[in-house]
Write a protein that binds this ligand. Structure first.
Ligand code: AMP
Ligand code: FE
Ligand code: FE
Ligand code: ZN
Length: 272
């Protein structure tokens, strides 16, 4: 099916660490000429219901989506889920587990920052939704501890930096299992960001339905390698920008995308 249909399958709203509301994402999708969209907030499925009527009104085909934080033997991996029925109590419960995990993790991070002489109060952070490290980084900027969020990550919040803390949630095996139980498709997010080849090897053995081979602004040659791997597995070849708005200003909505055939597959093949 060769036409100009493009759908961005990966972006974040204010329900997690994006700077646009779900409704603003729909408007932006129209502006950049997209026809389809999946809002994939970290550990939250709330954006779909908030954006649905705007999407219908403005002619954007919106698919339920989410990006779960997960891990393989303690090493962080992100897993996308798509096309699940809404409302979805099974995924709602998994999201709730992550809210609790993040509350524990963020408590540890705030403790470490206080020790480092950079106190942040819970009142400095959003009072609902998914609270992530970018929110803590933003609070550090507002307090004048760092110049920008990038500096906050490089010096303090990034993996293995002095204020970082890990509280593990469900691993990749369990996460894929729950996504399937919930009637969704499970897709490996941005495999090019996984540093350990042993982790990739393990993921390739799991019953995923797809892989995000086209991502953000990665070189086409690299994307092609992932495309070939996904095809070897018989998986859906997906793509998305990982747009976050002001948090990652160099990434624009729609800079990676899928065509109509892939979009329809993802939209319609959710397991019952
Ligand atoms: P969390 O899920 O709370 O652990 O936060 C991870 C999120 O932080 C990622 O999804 C990115 O949006 C953001 N992030 C990770 N590394 C950086 C970085 N170096 N600079 C800015 N944002 C980052
Ligand atoms: Fe993020
Ligand atoms: Fe991610
Ligand atoms: Zn993302």
């Amino acid at each position: 099916m060769m036409n100009d249909f493009r759908a961005d399958m990966h972006c974040h709203s204010t329900c997690s660490d994006g700077s646009c509301t779900p409704e603003e994402l729909i408007d932006l999708a129209v502006e950049v000429g997209l026809k389809g969209l999946a809002i994939t907030d970290h550990d939250s499925i709330a954006a779909y219901d908030l954006a649905k009527s705007t999407a219908e009104e403005k002619g954007i085909d919106l698919v339920p989506g989410v990006e779960f934080s997960s891990h393989v033997r303690g090493i962080s991996v992100h897993i996308l889920a798509y096309g699940f029925p809404m409302p979805n109590p099974v995924l709602e419960e998994l999201c709730q587990r992550h809210v609790e995990r993040r509350r524990q993790r963020n408590t540890l991070i705030l403790e470490r920052l206080a020790h480092l002489g950079m106190p942040i109060d819970w009142e400095d952070l959003p009072d609902d939704g998914i609270i992530g490290r970018p929110h803590i980084g933003q609070a550090m900027v507002s307090k004048g501890y760092v110049e920008n969020i990038k500096q906050a990550f490089n010096r303090f919040l990034g993996d293995n930096r002095p204020a970082y803390a890990v509280v593990l949630g469900p691993d990749a095996v369990e996460t894929v299992d729950i996504i399937h139980e919930a009637g969704g498709l499970a897709v490996i997010a941005h495999p090019m960001l996984i540093k350990k080849s042993s982790v990739v090897k393990e993921l390739l053995k799991l019953p995923f339905d797809g892989m995000e081979c086209y991502y953000a602004r990665f070189p086409a040659a690299q994307e092609r390698v992932w495309h070939e791997r996904a095809e070897e597995c018989g998986w859906i070849v997906s793509g998305g920008s990982d747009f976050h708005g002001d948090v990652k200003p160099h990434i624009s909505l729609g800079c990676s995308w899928v065509g109509q055939e892939t979009f329809e597959k993802i939209k319609n093949q959710g397991r019952a």
